[in-house]
Design a protein around this ligand. Structure first.
Ligand SMILES: [Zn+2]
Length: 293
């Protein structure tokens, strides 16, 4: 594996070892890590040696024992699975170790003076040293997601589900407008996500503490709500204008127009107001929901 001579084990050395894996094993290992299958990783008796337990993909009660040993120039990565060495379990454990080094590195850096000028999402975390390895990974992936958005890529439910596993699959292809043409700060971007999670009644990660309070971005988010809802108005106005169509024309229109059932209600005065109000209300609700998510 890696051969970085004469250096003590650190984040860069672990990252270099991860890059030595083939694509297939790396993808499988990453999936295992993100699924929370790395149960344990502790320092061994020898220096630069770690021992871990990684759950089996199919049989969660079964675990594979892995050993990650760095000899100063090369790695020895062993596993009790059928592959025996440098397998997806080793990759997952090594990725876990990478996150551990990452948070130590982040915690040792000077904190940012203001969350509004945060240069990465770790600056919004009160104490990065208290993050777990998987939480560290979440914060890193959130930063990648932010960069993707800033580059102009669209955000949909599928993208959010990768970050928030409880995001409903029914909303997989739903496009999520997060101020696509505005250069958002990380804090503002996070506030959009918080509002979306709230709309879906999903739990909001608490690593960012007070930064979960979205009131500082309320104007920005409200403007988007108002702008997106404007599209519903013409349809509502058209509905009201039906009341002015002469009876003869209206009866023909009623017969052939796809919305004839809706139009026909105007011949029953008592129901008309209720029906129009109900449809208007529905359009407004629909519009509002669209802009929130
Ligand atoms: Zn293995």
């Amino acid at each position: 594996m890696s051969s970085l001579v004469g250096r003590a084990l650190n984040f860069e050395i672990v990252e270099a070892a991860l890059k030595d894996f083939g694509h297939t094993v790396a993808c499988a290992g990453k999936r295992i890590f993100e699924g929370g299958s790395v149960r344990l990783l502790k320092e061994g008796d020898r220096p630069n040696t770690f021992e871990g337990e990684v759950a089996d993909d199919n049989e969660k009660s079964k675990t594979h024992h892995v050993i990650l040993a760095y000899g100063g120039t090369a790695w020895n990565l062993l596993c009790t699975c059928s592959m025996g060495a440098e397998c997806k379990h080793c990759y997952a454990a090594l990725l876990f170790l990478s996150k551990r080094f990452k948070k130590v590195e982040i915690a040792s850096e000077k904190p940012e003076p203001s969350p509004k000028k945060a240069r990465d999402f770790f600056a919004l975390v009160a104490d990065p040293a208290k993050l777990t390895e998987r939480q560290t990974d979440f914060v890193e992936r959130l930063d990648d997601f932010y960069q993707t958005h800033q580059d102009g890529d669209k955000v949909n439910g599928r993208v959010l589900k990768a970050l928030f596993p409880k995001w409903p699959e029914a909303d997989y292809w739903l496009e999520i407008p997060i101020a696509p043409r505005i250069k958002l700060s990380r804090l503002q971007f996070w506030h959009f996500l918080v509002v979306n999670l709230q709309a879906q009644k999903l739990p909001i990660p608490d690593y960012f503490g007070e930064s979960n309070d979205t009131s500082a971005s309320a104007d920005l988010i409200d403007k988007r709500v108002t702008k997106s809802c404007r599209g519903a108005q013409p349809r509502i106005s058209k509905l009201y204008s039906l009341r002015t169509i002469p009876n003869r024309i209206a009866s023909r229109w009623d017969r052939y127009h796809p919305a004839r059932q809706l139009a026909s209600t105007r011949w029953v005065p008592a129901n008309t107001q209720k029906r129009v109000a109900a449809v208007s209300g529905f359009q407004q609700r629909k519009g509002k929901r669209k802009c929130l998510i």
